[in-house]
Design a protein around this ligand. Structure first.
Ligand code: ATP
Length: 234
């Protein structure tokens, strides 16, 4: 569904990502894991068109997207949940969700989607009239995911969901992502929480200073010496 081939990208001509290739198949949950500054956010921003590659190709459902503007890419069904749960604090939960559906002209479909999203996140329904800034960190993260789902995407790009959340909430948010994945959504997740992200993934990639150094099923990677040594202190 999503294919990234020999991607090189960076900032102001300074490369950050070197020859990265990976793919996400339909209905898969794929995790790209790596430490701070490895380049995870940079890869997601390039897929959503916020950064232009120096070289390489990005294909989505058979179409080249690496030269397309970001608003066209959204319309193809690629939704990006950015790092740091950027919700609109002064707006209500409901208005935040409705903004997520701005690409859908059919108001009945928007209503239907809202009900589906509320089924996944009953907490948000209870708080639909509350200002988003008054939600807890975990609830804001859920709102950020829910808002992305409102555009009825074909793939969800999720950036560092665990950032700044208490461990208990991290588990909760990851559990919800797993549920969304089980329901058939294709998900590309980037995470520093290597163990959690590989445990839940169908497949994963290890990113170190801009290069993919290992790939495999989540299980294979978790059991590899490299991951145990580098990320789990074994
Ligand atoms: P983190 O987990 O800390 O968010 P990451 O793996 O997502 O890390 P990126 O944010 O993609 O990493 O950053 C990769 C590299 O690119 C870092 O060295 C960072 O300093 C650099 N970088 C990121 N954004 C910019 C920018 N706007 N201008 C210049 N360099 C940047």
């Amino acid at each position: 569904m999503l294919k990234v081939k020999n991607l090189n990208v960076g900032y102001d001509n300074v490369p950050v990502i070197f020859d990265v290739s990976f793919e996400v198949k339909e209905k898969e949950l794929v995790s790209i894991v790596g430490s701070n500054g490895a380049g995870k956010t940079t890869i997601l921003k390039t897929i959503s068109g916020l950064l232009k590659p120096f070289s390489g190709e990005i294909e989505f459902m058979g179409k080249r997207i690496d030269r397309m503007p970001a608003h066209e890419i959204v319309k193809l069904g690629i939704a990006h949940v950015p790092e740091g749960r950027r919700v609109f604090g002064k707006l209500s939960v409901l208005d935040n969700l409705l903004l997520g559906a701005y690409t859908i002209p059919d108001s009945n479909l928007v209503k239907k989607t809202l009900n589906e999203v509320y089924e996944i996140f009953p907490r948000l329904k209870e708080r639909e009239n509350q200002k988003a800034e008054t939600l807890s960190g975990g609830e804001q993260q859920m709102l950020a995911i829910a808002r992305s789902l409102m555009s009825r995407p074909k793939i969800l790009l999720v950036d560092e969901m665990s950032l700044g959340l208490m461990p208990l909430l991290v588990d909760k948010v990851l559990e919800i992502l797993k549920e969304i994945s089980r329901a058939g959504m294709t998900i590309l997740l980037v995470e520093q929480k290597v163990q959690e992200a590989l445990e839940m993934a169908d497949r994963g990639y290890i990113l170190q200073t801009g290069r993919i150094v290992a790939e495999g099923t989540g299980r294979e990677l978790l059991e590899s010496e490299m991951v145990k040594k580098a990320y789990m202190g074994m």
